[in-house]
Design a protein around this ligand. Structure first.
Ligand code: DOR
Length: 439
């Protein structure tokens, strides 16, 4: 830490914790934000970034990603994924347990943490995956941001949909439980019903709004029974949002992905199976209700569910196409473009993508530009627009559902623990992040 060059960011439009923008200087030292004051002077050993015309935001905390290492590195690995993070202004991520081996024991968690320390350009945290059999691991594994339960749309040991197994997990321990809420029984019934259909749009009919609603109701029921901290991952339907609007205990949070806000079933026409994900994209009506729920605080924050698959895999015939799309590289520009179009404010985007995920997962000292906070920051350009181009992407999968979209808010500099990892668009691949802590 001692050898990080102190950094003075001059003349940026800085988003302050009280939601004001102020043209001021920010001085970073020893990985922290040391001063926020106008007209700071730099001594000899300080690097100065002239950020005139740029907006300084807290680094994005992406609380749901699938980075594929260990075991599925042909799709993505921790190095390529975090290059994509740095390009997208994502300075911390929470990663899911469906790697090989599964992250369902202390040993597999330790292994992932070791790989991450070697390879990650940004800060990292990992979920521990629930199986019907690993209750002691779920109670004791450390450090972890929480327990992940796939209540549906999963095969193998990570699928937990039996009443008794769910009850046991919710009843024991007190750490956060994050659920993928889709009802497996209904999904399997509807797979039979729609067997023989090969257009990817049928995915939304199979894993329909009702499948999501049933599982979200079920997770809420268990959470209320034990007053257990619950987080509902990637909410995708208006029905779930309306349910939470009526009935959301204070210990429950929910998230939505950018793609569930800005894409819907019409995306299958242009993207085919690239638009296929779990839970599936829904309908324009769902987009509207999810936006409103986000504005009203019924939905607390944004996650990408970055889930890369190769183009070859995506070009197979449905249902042999895997579900999931990449997101860390485009999430901030997608949301800032929405803000500039008047759908929300830049302040809201930052709250949903930085402050609120930090709060929800108890990540100390992150998510705000405040003296004493960690120097995880992103300088974005809100004046120019540039298209998403496949050839510019750092994700190993090499594609994005947003290719061709003209976006603003592209990160110019990304700073992780006071280190410049993206420098006027160029990556410094020697930078490493740190393991996140959770309180
Ligand atoms: O679309 C998805 N893909 N949703 C998930 O929950 C899993 C993910 C993956 O790992 O591919």
């Amino acid at each position: 830490m001692a050898n990080i060059t102190p950094l003075l960011i001059r003349n940026a439009r800085v988003l302050l914790p009280d939601d004001r923008f102020e043209e001021t200087d920010v001085y970073l030292e020893n990985g922290r934000i040391a001063r926020i004051e106008a007209n700071l002077t730099a001594t000899e050993n300080v690097r100065v970034i002239d950020a005139a015309g740029l907006t300084l935001l807290p680094g994005v905390i992406d609380p749901q990603v699938h980075f594929r290492e260990p075991g599925l590195e042909y799709k993505e690995d921790l190095f390529t994924a975090t290059c994509a993070c740095a390009k997208g202004g994502v300075t911390s991520f929470l990663e899911m347990p469906n790697t090989k081996p599964l992250t369902s024991t202390q040993a597999s968690l330790d292994y992932k943490l070791q790989l991450a320390a070697e390879k990650c350009l940004v800060n990292y945290g990992f979920f521990i995956g629930a199986t019907p059999e690993n209750l002691p691991d779920l109670r004791e594994a450390n450090p972890t941001c929480g327990i992940k339960i796939f209540m549906g749309s999963m095969k193998g040991p990570l699928l937990v949909d039996e009443e008794a197994a769910l009850d046991a997990i919710f009843s024991q321990g007190d750490r956060l439980i994050a659920v993928h809420a889709e009802d497996q029984t209904r999904i399997e019934e509807r797979r039979q019903l729609f067997a023989g259909r090969h257009d990817p749009a049928v995915h939304t009919e199979i894993q329909d709004n009702e499948a999501a609603l049933i599982a979200t109701k079920r997770a809420l029921r268990f959470s209320k029974k034990y007053q257990r901290r619950l987080h509902i991952l990637h909410l995708s339907t208006g029905e779930e949002a309306e349910l939470l609007r009526q009935d959301k205990p204070e210990w429950v949070t929910a998230e939505v992905t950018p793609q569930h806000l800005v894409l819907n079933i019409s995306a299958y026409e242009t993207l085919g199976a690239k638009a296929q994900m779990n839970p599936p994209l829904k309908y324009p009506r769902d987009n509207e209700i999810l936006w409103q729920a986000l504005h009203d605080g019924v939905i607390d924050f944004i996650a990408t569910d970055h889930a890369p698959h190769t183009l070859e895999e995506k070009s197979r015939q449905y249902p042999d196409t895997p579900s999931g799309m990449p997101g860390v590289e485009t999430s901030l520009p997608v949301m800032l473009t929405q803000a500039m179009a008047g759908r929300c404010t830049v302040q809201q985007v930052s709250r949903w993508m930085s402050a609120k995920p930090a709060e929800g997962y108890g990540i100390p000292n992150k998510g705000k530009i405040q003296v004493g906070y960690d120097a995880d920051l992103v300088l974005v350009d809100l004046e120019n627009y540039a298209p998403v181009l496949a050839e510019n992407l750092a994700t190993k999968c090499g594609w994005s559902p947003f290719e061709g979209w003209e976006l603003t808010g592209w990160p110019q500099y990304t700073i992780v623990g006071g280190q410049v990892v993206l420098d006027r668009g160029v990556l410094d691949t020697n930078v490493r992040g740190k393991a996140l802590t959770f309180v």
